[in-house]
Design a protein around this ligand. Structure first.
Ligand code: GLN
Length: 199
């Protein structure tokens, strides 16, 4: 762990767009490093779970012996930020899981995978996110999930066409979209602040 003010933030590096998150976190004044092993997880102050394919991330997390350590740290309050497949990994429940697909949990929500449908697999849209000042964020959605419903402890931070696409519960943050692909680091800066506050 690090001295207060310079959080060390890991990016779960099993699959997905790890590099882009490392760059965005560094731009938001964190020390960023990939996490593949339980020993590496133990050394970070917060963690990003990137987009990719949630079924693959779930499988690999088991294979690398990370699923239980991840659950334990999230339960213990480690700040965590999931994008897209990472949002799915933070859900307590998936509506349409593949067989054997598991999640880390941490946010009391039910998610629908690939929710925006085939006609609209990838798109961009301006998204106003609570807690982010200034212009709306450019939301890049790639076979994105949406949040079907949330529990009482969950704050809804953004919606797109009536569907929930950003949420926060305590130290856990999740977006259906990919801020790491836009060069706008405000969502990562928000997460870095959450990690700093938790330290
Ligand atoms: N559709 C993917 C899944 O179910 C998520 C896509 C993404 O992360 N861009 O995991």
């Amino acid at each position: 762990m690090s001295t207060p003010g310079t959080p060390v933030i890991g990016v779960l590096a099993l699959q997905g767009d790890v590099r882009e998150h490392l760059i965005a976190l560094a731009a938001a004044d964190a020390v960023a490093r990939p996490v593949r092993r339980p020993e590496e997880l133990a050394e970070v102050d917060g963690l990003v779970v990137p987009g990719g394919e949630s079924t693959t991330i779930s499988k690999l997390a088991h294979l690398f012996g990370l699923m239980e350590p991840l659950r334990e740290r999230v339960r213990a309050g480690m700040p965590v930020y999931g994008t897209c497949a990472g949002l799915i990994m933070l859900a307590e429940k998936i509506l349409d899981p593949r067989s054997g697909q598991e999640t880390i949990g941490g946010i009391d929500m039910i998610v629908r995978r690939n929710a925006f449908g085939r006609q609209n697999e990838s798109f961009e849209s301006a998204v106003a996110v609570d807690g982010i000042d200034g212009d709306p964020v450019e939301g890049v959605f790639i076979r994105a999930p949406w949040v079907e419903s949330v529990g009482a402890e969950v704050e809804v931070l953004a919606e797109h066409e009536g569907h929930i696409v950003a949420v926060r519960q305590g130290n856990a943050l999740a977006t259906s979209f990919h801020p790491e692909l836009t060069g706008d680091h405000r969502v990562h800066a928000l997460f870095v602040d959450m990690v700093r506050t938790a330290q």
